[in-house]
Design a protein around this ligand. Structure first.
Ligand SMILES: NC(=O)c1ccc[n+]([C@@H]2O[C@H](COP(=O)([O-])OP(=O)(O)OC[C@H]3O[C@@H](n4cnc5c(N)ncnc54)[C@H](O)[C@@H]3O)[C@@H](O)[C@H]2O)c1
Length: 359
């Protein structure tokens, strides 16, 4: 099985890549998983994969049970965390027990957060089932929930003991969720891996047809990029911020659309806006800007959107919790495969970029 080691000292773990769940029980045995396991999932993934995973674990002698909450970002809140904790208590989990997060980023963030606080922290394993979670959110140990209109405002760093990726689960993923995940995948190529970006351009048909071999390769490169950034900056003090490429304007677009456009698609628009600013500064060529837009189009992204008045977008941007000393932080490409961070983007440059991405 393909494997990637995330080197975080005593918090290190492996990411395993497969096209089925057949190696899961053995992988858990290898990390000395306790007998008592609670599989935390959402209502959609519960219908699709919870029985299969639970049966595999039972057959191997694990005492596992399933707890499912209602799917959706709107349920990424404290009430759901309390529901998971209640299930942990009812099911008799103790300090040595383990939570298995089976689902997308919402499940991973919440099951991870519940694991971080239950009995002051128990172990957990990630089994991500969306492209976004397989290529991004399951690696890095950021867990948490939304609170009072703010996304991910409460949370904890809590690294998993193992990430088990079964790319076969992407076959049931709704198309718009696949496109959304590709936003983060393409982002990884632009921020630090030109060769990977070329690969995404050249193999778009195979990737879109969900060919397992290509999906495993793609997820593996992605996880290794995310892992490298996280290894150098586990608690997000600096370098990890490059992962926010496309997010400054992307988040504002997401708010303007009242979260009805997927996160990845908004990041795609935000990446075009940031790349346009870089192009106008002569940091990247017109050809690079066109390639960035073109690869997004190949994977089904919109590249232009209807935006509300500029003041409204600026209002959303100014709410960004990632501001530094009151200044908006931008990540701009210096070429395909490298980026820089800056807080000196002028209002006129932002205005130009907003016009560029407007329909
Ligand atoms: N922790 C991090 O570092 C990090 C990074 C990026 C994003 N996130 C978080 O991730 C979340 C978004 O994750 P997401 O995009 O995976 O959303 P999600 O978990 O809501 O999943 C999207 C939808 O797909 C369904 N689903 C999941 N797997 C499926 C499958 N295999 N087949 C069919 N349907 C399936 C889910 O039930 C849900 O309806 C956000 O809350 C975001 O804040 C966290």
């Amino acid at each position: 099985m393909d494997k990637l080691f995330v080197d975080l000292g005593k918090n290190s773990y492996n990411i395993l890549f497969s096209d089925s769940f057949s190696g899961l029980a053995e992988a858990l045995t290898e990390i000395n998983a306790p007998k008592k396991l609670l599989i935390v999932t959402d209502s959609n993934v519960n219908e699709l994969y919870a029985d299969e995973v639970n049966n595999i674990l039972h057959k191997k002698g694990y005492d596992s049970a399933v707890y499912a909450f209602n799917a959706g970002e709107e349920n990424k809140k404290m009430d759901t965390i309390l529901g998971i904790c209640e299930a942990c208590i009812k099911y008799g989990l103790d300090r040595k027990s383990m939570i298995i997060a089976l689902g997308g980023g919402v499940v991973g963030d919440m099951a991870g957060f519940a694991a971080a606080i239950f009995m002051r922290g128990i172990d957990f394993v990630q089994i991500p089932t969306t492209l976004l979670s397989q290529s991004d959110s399951s690696v890095g140990g950021k867990t948490g929930i939304d609170f009072l209109e703010s996304k991910n405002i409460l949370g904890a760093f809590h690294q998993p003991k193992l990430v088990y990726i079964n790319v076969g689960t992407l076959k049931t993923l709704p198309q718009e969720q696949f496109v959304s995940g590709m936003g983060e995948v393409i982002k990884h190529g632009i921020i630090c891996d030109r060769e990977f970006f070329n690969y995404l351009e050249e193999n778009h048909s195979e990737i879109k047809s969900l060919d397992s071999r290509n999906l495993i390769k793609m997820d593996k490169v992605n996880c290794s990029i995310k892992a490298k950034v996280v290894e150098q900056d586990e608690k997000e003090n600096g370098l990890r911020a490059v992962l926010n490429f496309g997010h400054t304007i992307g988040h504002a677009v997401e708010s303007a659309y009242d979260f009805k456009m997927t996160h990845g698609e908004c990041v795609g628009i935000g990446m075009i806006a940031a790349s346009y600013i870089a192009y106008k500064r002569d940091m990247i060529s017109l050809n690079d800007l066109e390639r960035i837009e073109n690869v997004l189009t190949l994977y089904g992204f919109r590249t232009r959107v209807k935006l509300p008045k500029e003041e409204k977008i600026l209002e959303f941007m100014n709410k960004d919790k990632k501001k530094i000393a009151g200044k908006l932080k931008f990540v701009l490409p210096t070429e395909i495969g490298a980026v820089m961070q800056t807080t000196d983007v002028k209002p006129s440059e932002i205005s130009g970029a907003l016009k560029y991405i407007s329909e």
